[in-house]
Write a protein that binds this ligand. Structure first.
Ligand SMILES: Nc1nc2c(ncn2[C@@H]2O[C@H](COP(=O)(O)OP(=O)(O)O)[C@@H](O)[C@H]2O)c(=O)[nH]1
Ligand SMILES: [Mg+2]
Ligand SMILES: [Zn+2]
Length: 302
């Protein structure tokens, strides 16, 4: 049997990794050297494989450099734990209504993506119930691509398919927004875990459910990671927060003080722009809310 030389890690069962290769899915374990001196291998990692002598398992002999790495803080202890590598985009899903959108919650998820160096987009679903106009402009004005969809009527599903194809995506957003419905419309049978179930498992076992990647028929993967929002603002320092708001980024060099937090400092270019309406008032509110949260976070977060 010809061994595929390279593959993408889909998931992990104990010490065995499920790896997608051109020749289909294979199972692999870390070679001795890998166990010692590589960072944890996580879903999304692109790994080099060699045949394992006399077995059905392959050996992981190397991990390719990562483009992005999503990490979560360890609840009781210090430091961080890698969750998934090489994520291309985070899609933040909201409904136009039922449940009503909460722009500040969406901002928060976008900031988490930005803080992890991952591109983000906004999916506004349930446009059959109510048009997305105002909400769509809010996010477009900031520079995010916005996709307006209805899992019910099928509107916008082709565009959604197109941006998922060939990429590795995290699909996140409030419960009830229609994430599962949308993904089922894109690809029936995609077994996305529901938020409620993974939360229950997490509490029950006092352990974290690991991320898995679901291959899309048209190429690309959906990363199913319980609680992307729990990744939280880990590792973001108050000083870096404004750079996670794309519309604030070009202004930051113009603040009088290099360590400006854009609250009430004199000569603040961000607040000046907000005063002229160039930074939206409710984006400014999101920024201040997250800033206060970061500033009051215990040092254990760092
Ligand atoms: N009217 C309407 N309802 C939808 C749409 N998408 C999902 N729903 C409904 O919204 C509820 C929540 O959907 P679900 O996919 O479970 O949301 P999730 O929690 O984000 O995964 C379900 O009752 C769906 O049938 C849509 O585009 N339009
Ligand atoms: Mg769901
Ligand atoms: Zn400032």
């Amino acid at each position: 049997m010809v061994t595929p030389a390279i593959g993408t890690v889909l998931g992990r069962d104990g010490a065995v990794y499920r790896v997608a290769t051109e020749a289909g899915e294979v199972r692999a374990v870390l070679r001795g050297k890998m166990k010692r001196d590589t960072p944890h291998v996580v879903v999304g990692d692109v790994v080099r494989l060699e045949p394992e002598p006399g077995g059905a398992l392959h050996g992981v002999v190397a991990v390719e450099p990562r483009t992005t790495l999503l990490e979560r803080r360890v609840p009781e202890g210090r430091g961080n734990r890698p969750i998934a590598a090489n994520i291309d985009q985070v899609l933040v899903v909201t409904a136009t209504a039922k449940p009503d959108p909460i722009p500040q919650l969406l901002d928060r998820l976008l900031v988490v993506a930005e803080a992890n160096g991952i591109g983000a987009g906004v999916v506004i679903n349930k446009i059959d119930l109510q048009p997305a106009t105002e909400l769509a402009s809010r996010f477009r004005a900031v520079g995010y691509p916005v996709y307006e969809t209805s899992a019910r009527s099928g509107e916008g599903i082709e565009s959604l398919k197109a941006i998922l194809a060939g990429r590795t995506s995290v699909v996140t957003g409030p419960s009830g927004a229609g994430k599962s419905s949308l993904l089922n419309t894109v690809q029936p049978g995609l077994q996305l875990r529901t938020g409620a179930v993974s939360e229950k498992i997490q509490r029950g076992r006092h352990t974290t459910v690991s991320a898995v990647m679901l291959p899309l028929d048209g190429g690309g993967f959906i990363v199913d990671t319980p609680g992307f929002s729990e990744v939280g603002l880990w590792g973001v320092s108050p000083r870096d927060l404004a750079s996670c708001f794309p519309e604030m980024r070009p202004l930051l060099e113009d603040c009088r003080f290099a360590d400006c937090l854009h609250r009430a400092e004199p000569g603040c270019a961000v607040r000046a722009a907000a005063g002229r309406g160039e930074v939206a008032a409710d984006r400014m509110t999101s920024y201040i809310t997250l800033l206060e949260e970061l500033r009051s976070a215990p040092a254990a977060w760092e």
